[in-house]
Design a protein around this ligand. Structure first.
Ligand code: PMP
Length: 406
């Protein structure tokens, strides 16, 4: 039987603390989720009793570490609906995954004049790696426009996605607008013109059941810390046929078959892409985070989070001069807004003084900020551990911020 969402809150000890004289209200899960006690305890157990290097196989702890590390790869493969765990490469997170695909696939298989298509709602992690290889190799980088409601402009997409496009790199879910894009459709559209699709699932991973194989996705990346897991750890899914032809991204231990001064032959996938001692605790903590997450009914999680989003929107819209960004029909529980005449970082500061954690600024989406002609937004994001009282505190906090700053 699935565990009830209402019981989740007690797993997050961070919520039991006083910040600036008030109990903490954490509304910054889109930046990183809090960690449940089971994950914290699992990490502690690893570091206290199990710490050893993996893939060296000389002793008990090392063997056990390797088993746990590789088991995590299997869990991640299952979570994403991959065909085999060879298609899962462990990385630092979404950012490293995008750099890996750009350098190892993009820089090798594209020719000068080829086009890379991104969108105006991309996080810098899904812009800069492409810009770097485009500038160096004379590829053309283009971006699909975003509508005033914060959705992808499909008319513009159909104009820009052409047989010249070799890579379409797109977020499945905007970390600013909450917009959830239709990845199965976008994948089909990319394939119809002969492009590969690279999906940024950093925010999506906590929202929908992902099926990379079923939807024929070429590359997809996520970060564990946005799904109750450790920071500095994530995974890249790559279709086997693509990964097999890609050269290594970094050189070092673990990624080799044979080394001499003249020449190195490389290990098979996925190890070819994992140079050096990996983030073993990250992998083990991710297994526990996935187990934690999967004990809930995803529909119930979505219902809970979207109810909070709706309640927040309803309450906050009564505040004079508030402007929301992002009104997509399919949304993640992310609410971006500004109070007229007040800088978002000032709002964030006054909320923080009341123990309310939100994110303010450009959210690593400067292209999107330029598109809306704003320096930044205040962003409140909701997760499994938030409740109606958090929405109420946010509302009252904003009323105070307005009084104080107007
Ligand atoms: N893409 C999106 C949509 C994100 O929200 C984030 C994290 N804010 C990233 C990419 C980058 O993730 P990480 O910093 O874990 O590499």
């Amino acid at each position: 039987m699935k565990t009830l969402v209402a019981q989740a809150r007690s797993q997050f000890l961070a919520l039991n603390q006083i910040v600036n004289g008030q109990s903490l209200v954490y509304l910054d899960s889109a930046a990183t989720t809090l960690k449940p006690l089971v994950v914290v305890e699992r990490l502690q157990r690893y570091y206290a009793y199990e710490s050893a290097n993996v893939h060296r196989g000389a002793h008990y702890l090392s063997d056990r570490g390797t088993e746990n590390y590789e088991n995590s790869r299997l869990q991640v493969a299952q979570q994403l609906g991959a065909e085999s765990s060879d298609e899962i490469i462990f990385v630092k997170g979404t950012t490293e995954a995008m750099n890996l695909v750009a350098q190892s696939y993009g820089a090798h298989f594209l020719n000068p004049g080829d086009e890379i298509l991104i969108t105006e709602m991309e996080h810098h992690a899904n812009i800069i790696p492409w810009q770097m290889i485009a500038q160096k190799n004379n590829f053309v980088l283009q971006a699909v426009k975003v509508t005033p409601d914060g959705e992808l402009d499909y008319e513009d997409l159909r104009k820009k996605l052409t047989p010249k496009t070799k890579i379409f790199a797109v977020t499945a879910c905007s970390n600013v607008l909450g917009t959830i894009n239709d990845i199965p459709t976008l994948t089909k559209m990319a394939h119809d013109v002969g492009a590969v699709i690279v999906v940024d699932a950093a925010q999506w991973i906590s929202q929908e059941k992902i099926e990379v194989k079923k939807w024929n996705i070429d590359f997809l990346a996520f970060s564990s810390h946005k799904l109750f897991g450790p920071t500095g750890f994530g995974a890249l899914y790559g279709r086997k046929e693509l990964l097999q032809k890609m050269p290594p991204y970094q050189g070092g231990g673990n990624m080799i078959a044979e080394v001499s001064l003249e020449k190195t032959t490389y290990n098979d996938i996925p190890f070819r892409f994992e140079a050096g001692t990996p983030h073993i605790a990250g992998a083990i903590g991710t297994t526990t985070a996935l187990e934690f997450y999967n004990q809930f009914d995803l529909n119930e999680v979505r219902k809970h989070e979207l109810a909070l989003l709706k309640a927040a929107e309803e309450k906050l819209k009564s505040i004079a001069g508030i402007k929301f960004f992002g009104r997509s029909k399919t949304r993640a529980p992310i609410l971006s807004f500004n109070l007229e005449g007040i800088h978002p970082s000032d709002v964030g500061q006054v909320l923080d003084q009341q123990g309310i954690a939100v994110r303010t600024g450009h959210h690593c989406n400067q292209i999107l900020m330029n598109r809306f002609g704003i320096p930044g937004t205040v962003r409140a994001s909701f997760s499994i551990y938030n409740n109606e009282s958090d929405v109420d505190r946010l509302y009252r906090g904003l009323i105070k911020a307005k009084e104080f700053l107007s």
